[in-house]
Write a protein that binds this ligand. Structure first.
Ligand code: 13P
Length: 254
């Protein structure tokens, strides 16, 4: 009942012209496909307009990589959910580990950003995940549960399935070191268990959980076969159309 969902996070790559070219390649490749899988891309802010217009009526979803929690104001350099909505963006990443690590996104700020998504009609893709030190200390469940509780623990039950939760262990991001399918499944089961114990049963059944961290064409199938892995949030491999399409293909076959 949960459709697979593959999203490419382009991070700080691809200005408007390159982003438009990649979007166009994906559009052509995915045209007329049997839409068993939801596919999305998250270009940098300056490329959103070009990609939104290129992907209009294709069914390929467009996400922003971040937003500010306020609707407007004296926040130099920031972008609000309302502005993203005006550009035609449907989804927004929130709490990516790179934001938490390099730009001071705390659990409390992430909660406000999730609220800002709902206020402005964007669907959040909430990223959670432990660092290597936290995993080595055996704290991965505790950390992820804390991040979830802070970000979405107080939402109304019927809001939660609109949130996609991306489990991205920090030690697997950009390192080429993927979590094994069993490691990933274990954490996804923990997340689903947290949803089960925090909300009525329909929430855990219908909320999509993506895995992220060095996903590529060659390892996507075994990850996406796992019962609680409903998709992937793809970084590096999403910059290459062929690799990204291989991941979409693996999701189609899963
Ligand atoms: P990589 O796929 O490059 O490891 O990045 C994962 C990620 O951070 C997606 O948001």
């Amino acid at each position: 009942m949960r459709r697979k969902f593959i999203v490419g996070n382009w991070k700080m790559h691809k200005g408007p012209a390159d982003a438009d070219a990649l979007a166009d390649t994906l559009k052509r490749a995915l045209a007329g496909r049997d839409a068993k899988v939801d596919v999305g891309v998250a270009p940098p802010f300056v490329s959103l307009s070009a990609v939104v217009s290129r992907l209009k009526h294709t069914g390929i979803l467009v996400a922003a990589q971040n937003l500010h929690s306020e609707a407007q104001g004296a926040f130099t350099g920031e972008i609000s959910g309302e502005m993203l909505r005006q550009v035609g963006v449907a989804y927004c990443l929130v709490g990516h580990s790179e934001r938490r690590q390099f730009f001071g996104d705390t659990d409390a700020f992430v909660e406000k950003k999730v609220a800002a998504c709902f206020r402005s009609g964007l669907l959040p893709i909430l990223c959670v995940g432990e660092t290597l030190a936290e995993r080595e200390a055996g704290k991965e469940r505790e950390v992820v549960t804390r991040q979830l509780t802070a970000a979405i623990g107080k939402l109304q039950a019927d809001q939660v399935p609109s949130v996609t939760i991306a489990y991205e262990p920090v030690w697997a991001i950009g390192t080429g070191k993927t979590a094994s399918p069993l490691q990933a499944q274990e954490m996804h089961a923990t997340i689903r268990g947290w949803l089960e114990s925090s909300f009525p049963a329909f929430v855990a059944r219908s909320t999509r959980l993506q895995y992220g961290g060095s996903v590529k064409g060659s390892n996507a199938a075994e990850l996406l076969k796992m019962p609680d892995i409903d998709g992937a949030l793809v970084g590096g491999a999403a910059l290459n159309a062929e690799e990204f399409l291989a991941i979409v293909e693996a999701a189609n076959a899963a």
